[in-house]
Design a protein around this ligand. Structure first.
Ligand SMILES: [Zn+2]
Length: 157
């Protein structure tokens, strides 16, 4: 990602940010999650994973492998598989690290970003309010685009 961002464009995901910044939208989505509002809260782990994989400067390299695994699991197996994975990670960590969440540090790192994703948090937010209608379908598009943005030369996964 060496191109210089234009004004009103997110330097990380490439989205047009004239109405909302990516971070503002992420904060809105997190507030729905934290209030346990559905359908958003069910996708909390995935929201965080997609957002941070598309905005790596806001995450840490150590957490990216787990986020990548979450997104791949969702695209391949659906949201129930993501929840199962998250529960297993919490169980493992509660034995090993006294309850801190997160996945194993020995997971493979994701490939580096090679292109701006075709779907960003702005797509999922629609008008900034993350409408419930079609939300799950937009989440699928966001996750798939996140994988494609890091896949070498268009090869998925
Ligand atoms: Zn962005």
């Amino acid at each position: 990602m060496t191109s210089v961002p234009r004004a009103g464009e997110c330097p990380e995901c490439g989205a047009v940010t004239r109405l909302h910044t990516c971070h503002d939208l992420f904060m809105t989505l997190l507030s729905y999650d934290h209030e346990q509002r559905q359908p958003w809260a069910a996708f909390h782990t995935l929201n965080v994973a997609c957002y941070l994989l598309q905005h790596p400067s806001q995450g840490t390299a150590a957490s990216r492998a787990g986020q990548w695994l979450m997104v791949r699991t969702f695209v391949d197996h659906g949201i129930d598989a993501v929840h199962a994975l998250a529960r297993a990670a919490v169980r493992r960590n509660s034995h090993r690290h006294g309850g801190r969440g997160g996945l194993d540090a020995d997971l493979p790192a994701p490939p580096p970003p090679v292109r701006h994703p075709a779907v960003t948090i702005h797509t999922v937010a629609v008008d900034g309010t993350f409408p419930a209608a079609g939300y799950e379908s937009r989440m699928r598009d966001w996750a798939a685009a996140t994988l494609a943005s890091r896949a070498p030369d268009g090869a998925p996964g």
